[in-house]
Design a protein around this ligand. Structure first.
Ligand SMILES: [Fe+2]
Length: 252
């Protein structure tokens, strides 16, 4: 059940009509790394998360992404609603106008309709949470690109708010991944045919030595310890650290 609050999570201000900007922001509405994709993916994956805390996290973030979808929709509509046909033609939106008028449509910046295959779900919390973390980083990168492409202060501030929320989501998924991995490390479970107990020798890993689930250090891809690119919540990790001077970082 949801309770709908009749106000945006962030107040959208558009300083000037700009259908060309509306067209590129559309990717965060209906593109593969946009808010619709994120929301639907998390609200679907939540059912196969291993504990109530992780299910709740997926529900919380999936719900917030719906609020972000509403913000993006408001941005697009405000930027384009008063554009005349010549302006739409100049913005290469005449095809969109032919099909949809000035209605919004779930497509990316070049008009490709929303791709259902982006809604990944594997019934494997480690795979799904890592995918979610990567999705948050892709969304952050897209907002970076959009911020580089606008000189509208109101639009820029809104995009900056949304970008910051992606960074926050990335960190929360990282914390959930760490918790799931730690719980796996504490009990015998079966993942991809491998019995996960301590001291099980698997090529390329260190103790507890199972590729894909270890919580120990120096395992490419999944470790929660330091110095691992991509998924750790620990410090000094490209794209994930809470320390300054790292791409995509967030300092609390
Ligand atoms: Fe997000």
């Amino acid at each position: 059940m949801w309770i709908y609050e009749k106000k945006l999570e962030y107040p959208v201000r558009v300083d000037k009509r700009n259908p060309e900007l509306a067209k590129i922001i559309m990717t965060q509405y209906g593109g593969p790394d946009g808010e619709l994709a994120a929301s639907l993916r998390y609200l679907n994956q939540r059912y196969t998360m291993p504990d109530n805390k992780t299910k709740a996290l997926l529900t919380d973030i999936g719900t917030e992404e719906l609020a972000h979808l509403e913000i993006v929709a408001t941005l697009i509509y405000k930027l384009s609603k008063n554009a005349d046909l010549e302006e739409l033609r100049a913005a290469n939106l005449i095809g969109h106008y032919t099909e949809h008028g000035k209605a919004l449509y779930y497509a990316d910046a070049v008009g490709i309709p929303f791709p259902i295959e982006c809604l990944t779900a594997k019934d494997d919390p480690i795979a799904d949470l890592q995918d979610d973390m990567a999705a948050e980083q892709r969304a952050r990168a897209t907002y970076n690109h959009l911020m580089n492409l606008t000189d509208d202060k109101g639009v820029y501030d809104t995009l900056a708010f949304l970008r910051q929320r992606e960074i926050n989501h990335f960190q929360r998924f990282g914390e959930a991944l760490q918790q799931v991995q730690e719980s796996y490390a504490c009990k015998k479970v079966i993942v991809q045919g491998a019995s996960i107990t301590s001291n099980v020798a698997v090529a390329g890993t260190t103790t507890p030595n199972v590729q894909g689930v270890s919580t120990s250090s120096n395992v490419a891809g999944t470790s929660t310890a330091a110095n691992v690119q991509g998924t750790s919540t620990a410090s000094n990790i490209a794209g994930a650290s809470k320390t300054p001077n790292v791409s995509g970082t967030y300092k609390k």
